[in-house]
Design a protein around this ligand. Structure first.
Ligand code: ZN
Length: 351
């Protein structure tokens, strides 16, 4: 057991979590949790910060239900945060991006507990169903790391390009990016490199495609998500936030149009999440302009009625957080501990 967990265990046994979650301080506050992917296969081993297993998600929801937490839909939770009418131990759950595994692997677990979630959806890759090149390249190289294969042909060099260690992985990644830049490949040509990389490393790329790993849900699947527990909201069209007003606004406008096309024009779209957690002060008036009322960051804090509604913090739960650490967060206890500076809004970004 890590030292931090050993300390938390003592706190828990002494009733510290119970005291915190029942406090008046906690009652005025809202903990928003953030998830990305639920592992279909081995993605949680590849990227434990962004993928959790179904069992991990199930354990978290069970802990929240057994701990007497109130899991609210985000729209209700944010309204009541600022009204001052939150119920005890309020939590809201969000998923980012809209990966195919949301429908196949997250939804069945959410349904087991009938837990409401907000899905922040980037829409471009719903329609253009290509994987994000850099992410898929990195995953395929990781899958083939122990194959003994190498990428000299794809990298167009004479000497072997293995991918076994992190350093080799990074080097091969850079060589491939150099090929892409030198030969000026478009998105489709770039994606045609992926099966070549897979073949050189003995990875079954057809299987990856068939199981839609690292790919977003199609519009049909997004349309079929049950609206009693899934609220689809904004995450920009192309998962980017240009620091230019016109480009930024069109990201939101295109995202709104696409979600309305998929989920119906009457759906209110007032919730937004900053892609990659990147926020800057100039974004706030641009968001208001497009009708966004609430926006979430990835600053791991708990929201209070004093929180700016366009800079609401969220905790990214991951395989790297122990159950004790998770409990210390949702109870509010973690807020009493000294934390690193990344646990605060970055004033420089807000100037
Ligand atoms: Zn995202």
């Amino acid at each position: 057991m890590r030292l931090k967990d050993a300390v938390l265990k003592v706190v828990k046994t002494a009733g510290g979590f119970t005291l915190m979650r029942a406090s008046r301080w906690r009652r005025r506050r809202l903990m928003i949790l953030c998830y990305h992917g639920v592992s279909v296969d081995d993605q949680h081993e590849w990227d434990p910060a962004f993928y959790v297993t179904q069992d991990h998600l199930r354990d978290r929801l069970r802990m929240l239900v057994n701990g007497g937490y109130t899991i609210l839909p985000l729209a209700e939770a944010t309204r009541r945060l600022y009204d001052g009418t939150l119920p005890a131990r309020s939590v809201a759950i969000t998923f980012d991006d809209g990966a195919a595994d949301f429908a196949t692997h997250a939804l069945p677990v959410l349904r087991e507990f009938n837990v409401p979630v907000t899905l922040y959806l980037s829409t471009y890759y719903c329609f253009v169903r290509l994987p994000v090149f850099d992410t898929m390249l990195s995953y395929v190289m990781w899958r083939g790391r122990n194959s003994g294969g190498d990428l000299r042909h794809v990298c167009e060099v004479a000497e072997p390009v293995p991918v076994k260690t992190d350093e080799q992985h990074e080097h091969a990644f850079e060589l491939i990016q150099a090929v892409v830049a030198r030969t000026n490949l478009n998105a489709e040509e770039k994606n045609a490199l992926l099966p070549r990389v897979a073949a050189a490393l003995g990875v079954d790329y057809e299987d990856i495609q068939r199981r839609e790993l690292l790919t977003l849900m199609s519009p049909e699947v997004v349309r079929s998500l049950p609206s009693d527990i899934v609220d689809v909201q904004l995450h920009t069209h192309r998962h980017r936030t240009p620091r230019d007003r016109a480009l930024f606004v069109s990201e939101i406008v295109d995202n709104i149009a696409a979600i309305h096309q998929i989920r119906g024009a009457e759906l209110p779209l007032e919730h937004f999440c900053y892609p990659s957690g990147d926020y800057y002060g100039e974004f706030l008036p641009w968001l208001r302009e497009t009708g966004v009322k609430y926006a979430t960051t990835c600053v791991p804090e708990i929201a209070s009625p004093d929180t700016d509604p366009l800079l609401i913090p969220r905790l990214i739960d991951s395989m790297n957080h122990s159950e004790l650490a998770f409990e210390s967060w949702v109870s509010g206890f973690a807020m009493l501990l000294p934390r690193r500076s990344e646990y605060r809004l970055d004033a420089l970004r807000l100037q």
